[in-house]
Design a protein around this ligand. Structure first.
Ligand SMILES: Cc1ncc(COP(=O)(O)O)c(C=O)c1O
Length: 396
């Protein structure tokens, strides 16, 4: 049988990089490639208690259909949390519970973009979102990053040159993959430019609560007096990605369209998971939990930086980190990045080649991404030592 796929998806392919990463799960491989939270960061005992309680007290609520917008007590709790903690949310906004933040990217594009429209994104950016945008036949326009966030002049140039730009996709905190955080000044400028050019902002913030050093910076959504910002949040990195609970705070007309789109996708987000998240926020000390996991990541990041200093410097450089799960490393020009990543695999260490995160994977790239949350301390030590040795073998 010959299968004829839709124009929307027929050109989507698993990338060459995916092929390299396929063996990430083979026994003995030290995987520094996935974006998984640290296993010890999961509040497993609390989730077990809450699950038992939910099934004793209200099993039907957990097992029955629910509304597409999401479980109302959870929506209310999140709206208050975003307002009180981040100053985000105005009268014109509404909140929708989604199946992970990933679904926000899908719903936003489905609701707003026609084929041929343009989505402006940071370069590099999160591959899962880029693929979601691509599946709606939009054109991606990447804008270079600096160490304090997106390059403003290049962003303005892109806004000037792309009249079909529908939104700017940005990950302002501990960006995946670069780890970069956008400064407060840049957030204000990005907002001003978006307003001037009449382009929406899709602000993706799954790592915002994972700051382990430095001053917290309010999200762009906190500046939103004009209904320009669609904010995406998630419990994936702070409770559990397996539960698939995310949310979006956005102007009501956009939420209403997203709700209709979501009905056709999954009817509603897993209600059982929503009840557990709500009870966690209500009956447990969420701030204390965040402090605990920030402590885990701070310790891991300190170890990683110490190892990097010992084994990677001065040949390999990296972006400073203040939170999140990733370290973005850059190789000297004399080393071919893809060759380095392949040889690292042969030494049983898996990292992600940086061009996977570009709009055009064929563009030159000297960087690769390391995840430090999922490996054990021993794996991290072994993996970083191997990477350092490999760089030396290739250079000297
Ligand atoms: C920047 C970014 N956005 C969104 C997601 C998707 O998260 P979720 O599990 O909430 O769908 C991830 C996951 O790694 C991510 O890194």
């Amino acid at each position: 049988m010959e299968y004829f796929f839709s124009d929307r998806v027929k050109n989507l392919k698993p990338s060459a990089i995916r092929e390299i990463l396929k063996s990430a799960g083979t026994p003995g491989m030290i995987s520094l490639s996935v974006g998984n939270p640290a296993p010890e960061a999961f509040p497993a005992k609390e989730i077990a208690e809450i699950s038992a309680h939910v099934f004793q007290e209200r099993p039907i609520d957990a097992l029955q259909y629910n509304v597409t917008e999401g479980y109302l007590p959870l929506r209310n709790r999140l709206s208050s949390y975003l307002k009180e903690r981040h100053g985000a949310g105005r009268e014109f906004d509404d909140l929708l519970i989604t199946s992970g933040a990933q679904q926000v990217m899908d719903l936003a594009t489905k609701a707003l973009c026609n084929p041929g429209d343009v989505v402006i994104c940071e370069a590099p950016s999160f591959i899962g979102s880029l693929n979601s945008f691509r599946s709606y036949q939009v054109r991606l326009r990447g804008v270079e990053m600096e160490s304090d966030g997106i390059h403003l002049e290049k962003l303005e140039q892109a806004l000037r040159e792309e009249p079909r730009a529908k939104f700017l996709y940005t990950i302002p905190n501990f960006q995946n993959p670069s780890g970069i955080t956008m400064s407060a000044e840049k957030r204000r400028e990005v907002y001003r430019l978006a307003k001037q050019y009449g382009v929406l902002i899709l602000e993706d913030n799954p790592y915002g609560d994972l700051r382990f050093t430095g001053e917290e910076i309010p999200p762009i959504k906190a500046l939103d007096e004009d209904g320009l910002v669609i904010y995406a949040g998630s419990f994936s990195k702070v409770i559990s990605p397996g539960m698939r609970v995310g949310y979006t705070l956005a102007p009501q007309p956009i939420i209403q369209k997203m709700v209709v789109c979501k009905q056709g996708e999954d009817v509603h987000t897993n209600i059982w998971s929503q009840l557990i998240c709500e009870e966690f926020l209500k009956n447990y000390n969420f701030e204390a939990h965040l402090d605990r996991i920030r402590g885990i990541y701070r310790k891991k990041a300190e170890l990683l930086l110490q190892l990097a200093q010992q084994h990677l410097a001065p040949d390999i450089s990296w972006e400073p980190i203040e939170g999140g799960l990733f370290l973005w490393c850059s190789l000297p020009e004399k080393i071919d990045m893809m060759d380095f990543c392949r040889r690292a695999m042969e030494k049983n260490v898996c990292v992600v080649p940086g061009n996977a995160f570009l709009v055009d994977e064929s563009q030159p790239c000297q960087s690769f991404r390391i995840n430090y949350s999922a490996p054990t301390d021993e794996q991290l030590a072994q993996g970083i030592e191997q990477l350092g040795q490999l760089a030396k073998e290739l250079l000297y």
